[in-house]
Design a protein around this ligand. Structure first.
Ligand SMILES: Cc1cc2nc3c(=O)[nH]c(=O)nc-3n(C[C@H](O)[C@H](O)[C@H](O)COP(=O)(O)OP(=O)(O)OC[C@H]3O[C@@H](n4cnc5c(N)ncnc54)[C@H](O)[C@@H]3O)c2cc1C
Length: 487
């Protein structure tokens, strides 16, 4: 039996951030993950001559992110360089207009740095001068709302809020497509408090950050940091149980060993942690019930394409039409077989960021579209069929040059990361849904009611876009642990 100051379950971005920062603060940290690679949902694997993520992962803000704070704090900037896209062809928005014609907006990562942004918006989305004025009024509000005013908008959804500016439908489509990719939740239920804060980060810091060596490289280096700073990293090992003694945390149990610590930080998801890893009977019924009732975010499903020739030039591409985004009604419609004409397409051309990730002149394109978080859902195969159809229509060269194709569904997401412990949950793209009642001031507390047990990652402790939120949560939870357990 080995003793530690802190045990971290899971080497996703939340887990490695909290673990590495606590190791830096002098704590003896044990990091355990069931996967053999750090990075969780955003890990990079190496297979058959390619290094790639399991699905598209690019993040925002591109610049000035919590990832920048993390690599600086750990002094690993050289081992894990961040790629902030530069130049005028960093992102592409492909919009299918009401006549079914595709229009393209190619621009820099940061729209605020683009003197042509408004012209491009007008041209691509067919917005007239009156529409631009309304758009500007909405953008102005995004930048001027105070923190207090935003907190007051915790219960107002982004869709009704955007509609209150009477912006053209194409602008709603553009903003909603971006928000669906950032939050992967129905747009009518994403709170303005979360939506506006994150949009601000996008407009100021840009979108489409990637990492040299793959998106998971920062996590790999942070896990290594724990090992070189007095801690231990145990991959390939599933935590079976959180050990509880006298109603406080005492350690963890794996199939072969028991490790002891007064603090356990779980990155395994709030529902798997509270409802499965902690033995029954240690929480008030009302707390367990609240956790059980948390709603998962939506799923993202798609395909990994490996090409024998580069056919796409831009690293981050989003394709959509006016009906690609989902609100609650549209999501319910999809479950009844009412699909949009054009699915939302998110493509990360990772080799456009780092061409050492594939054999010379080959290209990796990771594609995602909206789906169900339920690992058993039947809609996900249809979502994949439809997104592939759209890809073949927009870029016929992609299927022509594909030498390997790997589809993935919510079942793969769940297998790779969090267990499904509540019906319909497990394959969520981000974590618990960032919707009214579950985020902003209503987000579950990263400090659980059990002394010594903390949740880290996208379910508690942070806000914003996926991996960025996880790193932010890691910073906040490390701070909580140091505050609660200074010695
Ligand atoms: C298809 C898809 C596309 C995405 N695209 C983006 C994107 O473009 N940008 C972005 O920022 N985010 C994106 N995300 C979301 C982002 O990847 C996640 O929100 C984020 O990585 C979650 O981090 P986390 O720290 O909360 O935990 P996770 O990454 O879920 O990590 C949890 C870790 O815990 C481990 N674990 C779980 N249970 C146990 C156990 N019992 N014992 C031991 N270990 C355990 C898992 O193996 C895993 O490593 C995407 C996700 C998906 C699925």
């Amino acid at each position: 039996m080995e003793n530690y100051d802190v045990i971290v379950i899971g080497a996703g971005y939340g887990g490695v951030t909290a673990g590495a920062l606590l190791a830096k603060a002098g704590k003896k940290v044990l990091l355990v993950d069931k996967a053999n690679q750090a990075g969780g949902k955003a890990q990079t694997i190496k297979r058959k001559g390619y290094a790639y993520e399991m699905w598209p992962v690019l993040s925002l803000p591109a610049d000035g992110s919590r990832f920048h704070d993390l690599v600086a704090e750990l002094g690993i900037e050289e081992e894990a360089p961040l790629i902030v896209p530069e130049g005028d062809n960093a992102i592409e928005l492909k919009y299918c207009d009401v006549n079914g014609d595709w229009r393209s907006y190619i621009g820099p990562s940061k729209q605020v740095d683009d003197p042509l942004a408004l012209d491009r918006m007008e041209e691509t989305f067919g917005v007239d001068a009156a529409g631009v004025e309304k758009l500007m009024a909405m953008m102005g509000e995004i930048f001027v709302l105070s923190e207090e005013a935003l907190d007051d908008l915790d219960d107002v959804g982004m869709l009704p809020w955007m509609r209150s500016f009477d912006v053209p439908e194409a602008v709603i489509a553009y903003m909603s497509a971006i928000m669906m990719l950032v939050f992967v939740a129905p747009v009518d239920r994403i709170p303005v408090s979360e939506g506006v804060r994150t949009m601000r980060q996008l407009f100021l810091g840009g979108g489409g950050r990637y990492h040299q060596g793959g998106y998971g490289k920062v996590a790999e280096e942070a896990a290594r940091y724990i090992e070189t700073h007095g801690g231990t990293y145990v991959p390939n090992t599933r935590v079976e149980e959180i050990v509880v003694e006298d109603d406080r945390v005492a350690g963890i149990r794996t199939a072969d060993a028991e490790y002891r610590a007064p603090v356990v930080i779980s990155n395994a998801g709030i529902q798997p942690t509270i409802l499965k890893l902690v033995p029954e009977g240690h929480f008030e019924e009302s707390y367990s019930k609240r956790i059980e009732q948390l709603e998962p975010g939506l799923g993202m499903v798609g395909v990994r394409y490996f090409l024998d020739e580069p056919v796409l030039d831009v690293g981050m591409i989003v394709a959509f039409s006016n009906d690609s985004w989902w609100d609650t009604e549209r999501y319910e419609g999809v479950q009844l077989g009412r699909w949009p004409e054009v699915p939302l397409v998110f493509a990360a051309v990772t080799t456009a960021y780092d061409n050492s990730l594939a054999p010379e002149a080959h290209q990796v394109i990771l594609v995602g579209t909206l789906g169900s978080p339920d690992p058993r859902s039947e809609i996900n195969d249809e979502a994949i069929r439809r997104v592939e159809e759209t890809i073949a229509e927009i870029w016929p060269e992609v299927p022509e040059h594909t030498i390997r194709r790997e589809p993935y569904t919510a079942a793969h997401v769940s297998n790779m990361t969090r267990d499904s412990v509540v019906p319909g949950q497990g394959g969520e793209c981000i974590g618990i849904a960032q919707v009214i009642g579950q985020c902003g001031q209503s987000k579950p507390d990263a400090r659980t009611p059990m002394s010594g047990l903390y949740i880290v990652g996208t379910d508690a402790g942070g806000y914003g876009c996926g991996t960025h939120q996880a790193v932010e949560s890691g910073f906040n939870v490390a701070e909580m642990v140091l505050e609660d357990h200074p010695a």
